[in-house]
Structure formats: structure tokens, C-alpha cells
Design a protein. Sequence first.
Length: 212
Amino acid sequence: MKKKKNFKQEREKMVQAQIEARGIKDEKVLEAMRKVPRHLFVPEHMRRYSYQDEPLPIGEGQTISQPYIVAYMSEALNLKGNEKVLEIGTGSGYQTAILAEIVKEVFSIEIVDILSSKARKVIKELSYGNVYFKIEDGTQGWKEHAPYDAIIVTAAPSKVPQALKNQLKILGRMIIPVGSAFQELIHVIREKKKFKEQKLLPVRFVPLISKH
Ligand code: SAH
């Protein structure tokens, strides 16, 4: 009981010092970051670091993103609440849970089966009924449920995959890290006849594994 309380306090501190202080204003994002128990998505031996200002290893050579980056990417998608979102790179499932708090449905693809199964378990324990998982190379998206209001990619390809662009609705947004040694977060918006791309900030993500 005591432990739980501490985590809640740490989470509140995380939101104030790392997220609000750096300019994230979207109330829905802030509320989700206050609510989702990040420590449940972190391996047990690392739990005490759950609310620190950094990414953490989650096994299989992968990482859970830094809390600020999760908040930043979520805000950049400009979500209102009734959206259908595609996520590439489930990883720990933490970003998935943040999205599940905000939107109507989340479709999340992960290429490493152990990670997907672990994430699915935590998401189920937390009783989210609006998340759908798939184990596959996400580079080709998830056509069956397309088009999406928003797409979030949490591993970096060398360029924005065309298949993902094609699965955006008109006025749909995508946020994706692009590059190798040097990466930038790119915001893509689908307009009626073209895609508009904007560079947001330098980042460091694990590479997107591509079988295609
Ligand atoms: N949002 C996650 C970030 C995980 S790191 C979190 O906060 O926990 C990125 C994830 O993308 C890793 O789990 C990695 O296995 C996965 N990944 C890499 N290439 C992929 C691909 N082609 N399709 C789907 N997932 C991929």
C-alpha cells in the first residue's frame, strides 16, 4: 500500500518537473501521464527508476521511451478522444496505454513476440478494452483497420514508409523518428492531395527492423 502511494507521488513529480515544465500543455496527455502506472511497464529490477527522466531497457535490446518523449509525441498527434490510432513498436506497451487513455481505439504492432505478449498482459491487467495487438513487421501498417486518424512510430526507419502514409485519413497525422546515427522526429500530415512534412526535434530511437 505504502509503495503504491510513493509511485503516485513520483508520477506527479515526473509530470510537473519533466513534462509540464518543458511546455506540454495538452490536458488529456497530462492526465494520462498522471494516471498510467509506468512502473508496471518496466522490468521488476528497474522499477525504482520508473519515473526518472530517461529511457530504460525492457529486454530484447529494446527500451521504454523517456516520459517526456512519450508526452511530446502524444501531444503532437493532436488527439481529441474519438480517434483510431495505429502504433508501430509496442515495446513495453507504455505508450500504448497512454494512447488508450486518450483515444477510442489503439492498434499496436510489435515485431518481437515476447515484448508483445508482455505488453498485452500488462494492458489486460489494467483493463483497457480498446487496444488490439499484432506481432509482425509494422512497416506495412495494418491495412484491415485503415485508414487511421493518427499513426505513431517508436522505432526509426531511414525514411517514412509509404505504406504508413497511405493508411492515414485525410488530415490524419503521423509522428515518426527518421534517420540512423542522427535522427529527427518528423510530423506528417495528409492533406487532400499531398503529404506535408515538418521536422520537430532531434531524437534517439532504436532502429525500425524492416523485412521488406
Ligand atoms: N513505445 C515503446 C517503445 C519501444 S522501442 C515503449 O515506450 O515501450 C521500439 C519498439 O519497436 C521495440 O520494441 C522494437 O522491437 C519495435 N520494432 C522495431 N522494428 C519494428 C517493426 N518493423 N515493426 C514493429 N515493431 C518494431
